[in-house]
Ligand binder design. Structure first.
Ligand SMILES: *Cc1c(COP(=O)(O)O)cnc(C)c1O
Length: 394
């Protein structure tokens, strides 16, 4: 390696020594309750496949049909020649599903945040951001050039104090929160946040990536869960989690959506979602509108698994959703725990710095409607064995 690049090798080595190096597992099967990982069949507790849609036959058929009709790639950005009939259909269908005036789709949830935030605020403005917001919110906020004020996690009282001291120094203000926090599984107190935001004359944006398909009636998301329809100015979401495909969305007030079609940079400068992806997303919405069975199954599984883990003596912190952190503290312990689980046939990821604070390493279990009760019991058995072997529980 050339001398100017020597630092990369040193950095990589120090990540390995600190137990912070990402070992990337490779998957040799479709998503589901069980996966082929590095050649071994394991119980899957890692994916965001909340409803088991990632390999659902209806989505596969819809993707095939969309490909037959529209081909594969869009070959253009949406504002030039990349908006097919299907894209507008998805925009309309996701808006109707969420109960908002309008929606616009992006290539991913990440690019939706990079598009939406700089379109709404700039140098003369201020963003109030929950301290544990997702990386894509942080990056979108930095890109906007607005001043960023962090408030204490899920703390509407702290938000009120920050608004009171900072809001008046700026032109526009935007309050941004994750709906469900992806590493902790706790839910933002959105009704309280709305009250503070409204009285300070700020805009409110929520990133519902882990709430869609999970919270609210039939999985309609966090705004439905808190009955805040018409009060949240813009909701960002993803088609890559509960919807089982890939893609992002911004939904809300029709004027904001119209503005995003003019000024959302990933809409203007990065190619549209592919036809099969869009077709599959529409099929996912069809399934959610036809039946609430999968969402109910997800919650039954979640409650069962959490209750059993707690009975064994594990700490699942503040989670109230299918995202179940098993708190361990030390990064090395979390990595050892994950490796032991894998050897016992259970795939559950260790989450460590910089994704979470240095002393908050954990195993994160993602529960899915695809798990059978048998699957969950096998998983619990492995947690109990490994937990005792490593001295985490008695
Ligand atoms: C996963 C996630 C994203 C990114 O979504 P992608 O569609 O995978 O790019 C954005 N925000 C939050 C809160 C997420 O959890």
């Amino acid at each position: 390696m050339s001398k100017p690049l020597a630092w990369v090798g040193e950095e990589l080595q120090s990540l390995k020594e600190a137990g912070l190096y990402n070992n990337i597992r490779t998957i040799g099967s479709p998503q589901g309750a069980w996966l082929q990982v590095d050649g071994q069949r394991v119980l899957n507790f890692c994916s965001n496949n909340y409803l088991g849609l990632a390999n659902h036959p209806r989505l596969l058929q819809a993707a095939q049909k969309a490909m037959d009709e529209f081909g594969m790639g869009p070959a253009a950005v949406r504002s030039i020649a990349g908006t097919m009939d299907l894209h507008f259909e998805l925009d309309r269908r996701i808006a109707a599903f969420k109960g908002v005036e309008a929606a616009v789709t992006f290539q991913s949830g990440f690019t939706a945040n990079l598009g939406v935030i700089p379109a709404l605020v700039g140098k003369e403005d201020v963003i109030f951001s929950d301290e544990l917001n997702h990386a894509s919110i942080i990056d979108g906020s930095r890109l906007s050039g607005a001043s960023i004020v962090r408030y204490a996690h899920c703390d509407a009282g702290d938000l009120r104090m920050q608004l009171a001291s900072e809001r008046s120094k700026y032109r526009r203000a935007l309050v941004i929160t994750d709906g469900v926090f992806s590493m902790d599984g706790d839910v933002a107190p959105l009704a309280d946040i709305y009250e503070e935001t409204h009285s300070a004359e700020a805009l409110l944006m929520v990133d519902d990536a882990h709430g869609e398909g999970v919270l609210g009636k039939g999985g309609r998301g966090i705004v439905d869960h808190f009955e805040l329809h018409g009060k949240v100015d813009v909701e960002v979401g993803t088609f890559s989690k509960a919807f089982g495909v890939v893609g992002g969305v911004a939904a809300g007030d029709a004027k904001i959506v119209e503005w995003l079609r003019q000024r959302g940079r990933p809409f203007l400068f990065s190619s549209a979602m592919t036809a099969p992806d869009v077709g599959a997303c529409i099929a996912a919405i069809d399934l959610l509108e036809e039946s609430t069975k999968l969402v109910e199954r997800l919650w039954t599984n979640t409650e069962f698994f959490k209750k059993e883990l707690k009975t064994m003596g594990f700490d699942t912190a503040h989670s109230t959703t299918p995202i179940t952190p098993v708190m361990l503290g030390d990064a090395k312990l979390a990595q050892d725990f994950s490796r032991e689980l894998f050897e016992a046939g259970v795939f559950a990821m260790a989450i460590k710095f910089p994704t979470v604070a240095r002393d908050k390493a954990r195993i994160r279990v993602m529960i899915s409607a695809a798990h059978s009760t048998d699957d969950l019991e096998q998983g619990l058995h492995a947690f109990s064995e490994v937990g005792r072997k490593l001295g985490v529980i008695q």
